[in-house]
Each structure stands twice: as C-alpha cells, then as structure tokens.
Design a protein around this ligand. Structure first.
Ligand SMILES: *Cc1c(COP(=O)(O)O)cnc(C)c1O
Length: 227
C-alpha cells in the first residue's frame, strides 16, 4: 500500500504548473487529512456540510476548505464562517444565501457556478441557457461578499472516454464564452474546476485549473450504509 504522501506526490507530479490539486477527503477521518497536511497539502474538498464543519474545527486553521457537494440554502450558515471556495453553486437562491451569510461573517467567499453537462439526471448544476440568464441579471453584479471565480462541472460516470472528453470540451467552451461575455474585465473569473481520479487527465487537456481528486490519494471510500 502506498502511503498518502506517496500517492500525493504521484498525483502532484502528473499535474502541469498552474493546476491546483483539491484533495477530496470526504468520508475519510481527520487523521488521514493530517497525514496529507503533513506532506504539504493545504487544499481539501468535502461534499457534506456537517462533515466539513466538524473537520474544519478539528484541523489546522490554514487549510483551504472547498465545498464541492450540493449545498442546501439552510445549511450555508454552517460553513460561511470558514469555507474558502464553494464549487457547487447551482441556483440563484443559494448564491443569495451565500452573500447573506458571508456578509454576516464579514467575509468574501469564492464561488464557482456548477454546470450540468453529464448524462445523469441526478447531477446538479445550471444548464448553459440557465447560466446565461443568471449572468444577465444585475443581481449577480451586486454581490459584495461573493466572488464568482469560474465554473465547475462533473462529467458522466462512464468508461466512454470520448463522451467524457466531449463533455469537458463543452464546459471549456462555455467557460470561454462566459468569460468573454460577462467577465472580460474581471481577472477573478479564471477557474475551471473539473476532473476527478478517473478523468482528471482528460479534464486538464480541456483546460481545467482545479482538479478534485479523492480515491487516488486516500484510497477507496467505504460508505457507512447504516444511518
Ligand atoms: C467525491 C468527489 C470527487 C472525487 O472523486 P474521486 O473519484 O474519489 O477522485 C470529486 N468531485 C466531487 C464533486 C466529488 O463529490
């Protein structure tokens, strides 16, 4: 079994300059995050509010926390005091709530707008047309505690590499379009979060600037099915 430090080193060495590694630690205990932290990793991603809040409390304050899972409006308050990035903004309502809670905490939260390109109906995110309408409303430009930093997407969960590549390509085109139409003068809009353990190399080929990698670093996740 390679150690977490070995696995991190292997993944990092496969990333080009300028691509940020978000180590996805969901379901894994704080000890494993400490191991990655000791090996120099600072950006970590979680997909559940409660788990994220508990881990943030228990772990060093200089960790840069990324919320990458679907976020319910009524739970934004639990992460607003500390979260750096929210990748999974998928509605105007949640964006409004992030603004509200970030203001209460005197913070600016960096947000990525999640877009839906995968075949699975179960995945979240704006359709390209919805993204366009959102960005046409003045609301978005009056957010003072949210910084919109780019787009996030997940590809279909399939072995069909061409399908995955096509989906990432669609997102890249959407990113470029969005940048040139709505954020041409905003250098903050520069991140494209896409790619997981199984598909991050394809994502990088299609312009990803952030990759979210879990199992290649921490091993397989074991989900507790008793709830
Ligand atoms: C779990 C998860 C990942 C990481 O998946 P791996 O296949 O373990 O690398 C990336 N992004 C999101 C949104 C996730 O929920």
């Amino acid at each position: 079994m390679p150690t977490i430090a070995d696995a991190l080193r292997a993944v990092k060495s496969s990333l080009p300059q300028g691509v940020e590694l978000i180590a996805v630690s969901k379901t894994h205990p704080a000890e494993l995050i400490r191991e990655a932290y000791a090996a120099g990793q600072r950006h970590f991603g979680e997909n559940k509010v409660q788990e994220l809040a508990l881990k943030a409390q228990a772990l060093p304050p200089d960790i840069v926390w990324h919320m990458i899972g679907h976020l319910q409006t009524n739970k934004v308050k639990y992460i607003a005091p500390f979260v750096s990035y929210i990748h999974s903004v998928d509605s105007e309502r949640v964006l409004d709530q992030i603004e509200h809670e970030a203001a209460k905490n005197g913070r600016i939260i960096k947000c990525l707008l999640q877009v839906h390109v995968a075949r699975e109906e179960t995945k979240f995110g704006f359709l390209p047309s919805e993204l366009h309408s959102l960005l046409q409303s003045a609301f978005v430009y009056n957010l003072h505690h949210v910084r919109i930093c780019g787009l996030m997407a997940m590809a279909s969960n399939t072995d069909d590499i061409d399908q995955v590549r096509r989906e990432f390509h669609v997102v890249q085109e959407l990113f470029k379009q969005t940048k040139s139409i709505f954020f041409a003068n905003d250098p903050s809009f520069c991140e494209l979060s896409m790619g997981m353990s199984g598909d991050y190399k394809l994502a990088i080929d299609e312009g990803a600037t952030m990759v979210r990698i879990g199992s290649s670093i921490f091993g397989q996740r074991i989900y507790n099915t008793e709830k």
